[in-house]
Design a protein around this ligand. Structure first.
Ligand code: SF4
Length: 233
């Protein structure tokens, strides 16, 4: 299925800042390289940093367009070569974007295979809200398992809610209207990646009204660990 990005959310600053081509960025040191593969997103999270900052205060992650797979791989090669020649061992590659990278699910295969080919021991993580997979890519979970076999090892599932009402208020899933089924599809994605043997973490931003007891119960029910993180200004 091809994803039409025409109606997606691109962040409030998209038309107010100079867009560029920055594909690689670092948030936690040079051992962890992040790949910015799209600005398109079908959510409007209340905590989305894109509406206040062009790129974590140090980068400009607003893209003039989605980079091609070849451009991503070429940039990855240049950067990883530069870093490893400097004596730093690459530990983790995070596929994120200033947007929702699962929208480019089919492009994840050549990216993961290339990274694994060059750095067999590196951990490759996808950071996603999960539910758009079932809406825009496939209703079938089998490709999720294939991606695991290709070498994607970790999933950070940004969940941020333990019930549908809160999910709709915090994540605001959907483009023209709030998507009523998004929360259950996010849980379905959690179960699919758990069953496909990924190392999965459920992510929660500390916001008013979030109850860690509820998070613990959900995490136990799913059999998936969770991590809470502070709201980033
Ligand atoms: S999923 Fe990420 S990019 Fe999309 S609105 Fe939420 S925080 Fe922003």
């Amino acid at each position: 299925m091809n994803v039409s990005t025409a109606q997606m959310n691109y962040g409030k600053l998209k038309n107010r800042v100079e867009t560029g081509e920055q594909i690689v960025y670092y948030k936690r040191g040079l051992e962890e390289l992040s790949l910015n593969i799209t600005n398109a997103c079908p959510n409007s999270c209340v905590f989305c940093i894109r509406d206040r900052d062009a790129g974590w205060g140090v980068s400009n992650l607003y893209l003039s367009r989605d980079p091609s797979v070849d451009e991503i791989l070429s940039e990855f090669d240049n950067e990883s070569k530069r870093v490893t020649e400097g004596g730093i061992k690459l530990k983790r590659v995070k596929i994120c974007g200033y947007g929702e990278p699962v929208l480019r699910f089919n492009d994840l295969f050549p990216i993961v295979e290339h990274v694994k080919g060059k750095h067999p021991n590196v951990e490759i993580q996808l950071a996603t809200t999960g539910w758009p997979y079932f809406r825009y890519i496939s209703e079938d979970s089998a490709p999720i398992k294939k991606l695991r076999e290709a070498g994607m090892s970790h999933i950070f599932l940004s969940l941020n809610a333990t019930d549908n009402d809160r999910y709709k208020r915090v994540i605001k899933p959907g483009i023209d209207d709030i998507d009523e089924d998004a929360f259950s599809d996010a849980l379905k994605f959690a179960e699919a990646v758990r069953d496909a043997d990924y190392d999965v973490t459920l992510g929660f931003v500390r916001l008013n009204g979030i109850d860690e007891n509820d998070i613990r119960r959900l995490s136990n029910r799913l059999g998936i660990k969770y991590r809470m993180r502070d709201f980033e200004n």
